[in-house]
Design a protein around this ligand. Structure first.
Ligand code: AMP
Length: 249
């Protein structure tokens, strides 16, 4: 079985994101970028499936500007076998990403697509679900456990108030959640080896997919800054403030 892992290049999660002066988006110039953390978990899961003899080949795919090839190289350094880069604008929307991924699925015919549950830049949580709908495949979302047995897979889903165990039919789209695994670091020899692994590049328009945006961003603004807190002298004063000023008790 081939496993396809879409990996998105996003602002590194340690970076404090700044809104552009003209409020058209967030500042990306000279900002450290990295693989979306949920996609690292997806790559790790694919590697574990390969190590368990349940997958033969892992293909990392990234859609975006040329720099996205660095993100693919990170996946290759972790252990993915080859990469596919699809040249597209940075701000491509989930529906267009899902359509392009569908085109890659048709080309590559994987048995499983392991997608991050959400990208930490747009927080959309849409791509995996849209891809499953476009392909007519089963989907397991917010997954913190995955057991594949031939034509079926048992997935454990993180839902409000507990864990849901469901059986899905392969081929499937699985969107991975935080507790599925802890991704490995790429070793230096593997980073060197990754430079020689195959990375194919194509253009979004060559795949015959309409990637025109459907949404217009009106403006992006910083969240409101929190007002400074006050120190209270004792419990009596705290209770009186909660009661008379905040009116929450
Ligand atoms: P989203 O629906 O934007 O929150 O993204 C969910 C997941 O879809 C991500 O974790 C990635 O696995 C995948 N994805 C989204 N955008 C891209 C992209 N431009 N290139 C590759 N994978 C992507």
């Amino acid at each position: 079985m081939k496993v396809l892992v879409p990996v998105k290049r996003v602002i590194d999660y340690n970076v404090k994101v700044r809104v552009k002066a003209d409020q058209s988006g967030v500042e990306l110039a000279n900002v450290k970028m990295a693989m979306n953390p949920f996609d690292e978990i997806a790559v790790e899961q694919a590697l574990r499936l390969k190590e368990a003899g349940k997958a033969e080949e892992i293909i990392a795919v990234s859609i975006g500007p040329t720099q996205n090839q660095e993100t693919i190289r990170t996946a290759l350094a972790m252990g993915a076998d080859r990469g596919i880069h699809i040249e597209a604008p940075q701000d491509i929307e989930p529906l267009a990403v899902a359509k392009l991924l569908k085109a890659v699925v048709v080309q590559e015919n994987p048995g499983l697509v392991l997608v991050g549950k959400q990208a930490i830049d747009d927080d959309c949580n849409q791509t995996g679900q849209m891809l499953a709908a476009l392909l007519g495949w089963s989907q397991g979302t917010f997954v913190s456990g995955l057991e594949i047995t031939g034509e079926k897979a048992i997935v454990i889903r993180e839902v409000d108030g507990g864990l849901e165990h469901i059986e899905i039919t392969m081929p499937a789209i699985v969107t991975v959640d935080l507790r599925l695994n802890e991704p490995r670091y790429a070793s230096l020899p593997n980073i060197m080896k990754a430079k020689k692994k195959p990375l194919d590049s194509q253009n979004a328009t060559d795949l015959g997919v309409d990637i025109a945006p459907r949404l217009t961003i009106l403006k992006v603004e910083e969240p409101e800054t929190r007002a400074a807190g006050v120190k209270v002298a004792n419990v009596k004063e705290l209770v009186s403030k909660l009661k008379d000023e905040a009116k929450v008790i």
